[in-house]
Design a protein around this ligand. Structure first.
Ligand SMILES: Cc1ncc(COP(=O)(O)O)c(C=O)c1O
Length: 386
């Protein structure tokens, strides 16, 4: 199998699996228990928290483990606006963009139903939010507000100017949440972490386990819990900790910050080889976000005139895994909201395929795709009534 769907999820690295195994076995204790079996697990959780904090260059007690990126995003938005409501009995305001992941977009829509004013900032044809326009949107309202923005887009890999925005928003005293689920392990986040108030990350995008993530919360940020129960995570995120997952997250972050970041140049060359090859050999292709800063391992490309689903089926039949739009929405036949927001025609957006490379990919695999994809597209174009 050739796996080119790493933005959906990644395989677990052997060293991550090895680190996790004892926590399904002899180290099964509850990290909140004061006995030896519990304390041993609590020590391991603390170690992972330090590994995640080091990767972001932040203090250890600012990292709060969650069940993944979705929970971290929900918590950041709902928690900050709920804290505002409880303190001031007034709904705050949320500014976000039209190309967010659904974990933010659907949370924003829910908050809007509960009375929060939500502004969706548009993007340009490259998928980028205009910093000045966003700052004008912020300035247009006196209401205390939260800005939430995706760092690297999961569909196109396009990177938003979050560092620049973070500095400008801090100057105005506006809280800033960044969804860095796709950029962790692919881009160094240490500088960015200094100018944001909240940041969501997830283990399974960096060769760690599914069901584990974290929310960075800058000291002093007022945020209510999303869940209610025990006193775990400084009383902010109750629930018995998923120790095996957290230990795996620590090991995955460690591997990603050493070898993962270094491998991005190699993956960038492979991605460019694929992009150039497809442009030369297939013809009538549109690369989305190709002219701006984007993740080195992501390629979103439309094969104009064919449905993406037909391409994916053809690829799957020969053992190649790729995606159309984001995996979380692939049940839906609607063209990607990200591409539509970039002004891509619905017909072209419906033919977009996402190839996302990772740790196990090599040149021979890319060449194999370049050999089999052009005849597949030609065949589909001949048959197409689309
Ligand atoms: C940008 C982004 N944010 C959030 C999520 C959700 O993360 P998780 O799968 O850990 O819940 C994803 C997953 O695809 C994502 O790509």
């Amino acid at each position: 199998m050739i796996y080119l769907d790493h933005n959906a999820t990644t395989p677990i690295r052997p060293e991550v699996r090895t680190a996790m195994l004892p926590f399904f076995d002899e180290s099964f204790g509850n990290p909140s228990s004061p006995h030896t079996v519990g304390r041993r697990v609590a020590d391991a959780v603390d170690g992972s928290r330090a590994q995640v904090a080091d990767a972001l260059g932040v203090a250890t007690d600012t990292i709060h483990f969650t069940s993944g990126g979705t929970e971290a995003d929900n918590w950041a938005l709902k928690g900050v606006l709920d804290a505002h409501w409880l303190k001031h009995r007034s709904h705050g305001r949320l500014v976000t963009s039209s190309t967010e992941h659904h974990a933010v977009l659907d949370t924003a829509n829910t908050l809007a139903r509960h009375g929060v004013t939500v502004a969706y900032q548009p993007v340009d044809e490259n998928g980028i939010v205009d910093v000045q326009a966003l700052m004008e949107t912020v300035a247009a309202s006196p209401a205390p507000q939260l800005v939430s923005l995706l760092h690297a887009n999961n569909e196109t890999g396009v990177l938003q100017p979050v560092a620049q925005l973070g500095a400008a928003l801090r100057e105005r005293g506006v809280l800033f949440h960044v969804d860095a689920v796709q950029s962790l392990g692919k881009v160094d986040l240490q500088e960015l972490a200094q100018v944001v108030d909240l940041m969501s990350i997830s283990a399974h995008k960096i060769n760690g386990p599914k069901g584990t993530g974290a929310l960075y919360i800058r000291p002093g940020v007022e945020i209510e819990p999303l869940l209610h129960g025990g006193g775990q995570e400084q009383g902010r995120r109750p629930g018995t900790l998923h120790a095996a997952g957290i230990v795996g997250f620590g090991a995955a972050v460690e591997a990603a910050t050493h070898d993962g970041l270094a491998s991005m140049a190699r993956l960038g060359e492979l991605r460019d080889r694929l992009q150039d090859g497809l442009s030369d050999l297939v013809g009538d292709v549109v690369v989305h976000g190709g002219n701006v800063d984007r993740l080195a391992q992501t390629l979103s490309v439309s094969f104009v005139g064919v449905e993406a689903e037909a391409v994916l089926l053809g690829l799957d039949q020969v053992g190649i895994a790729a995606a159309s739009g984001s995996a979380c929405t692939s049940d839906s036949p609607e063209p990607s909201h990200v591409l539509l927001a970039m002004g891509v025609e619905p017909r072209v957006a419906s033919s977009a395929v996402r190839f996302s490379l990772g740790w196990g990919n090599d040149e021979a695999q890319i060449d194999q795709i370049l050999e089999m994809l052009p005849p597949l597209i030609a065949r589909l174009r001949e048959m197409s009534v689309f």
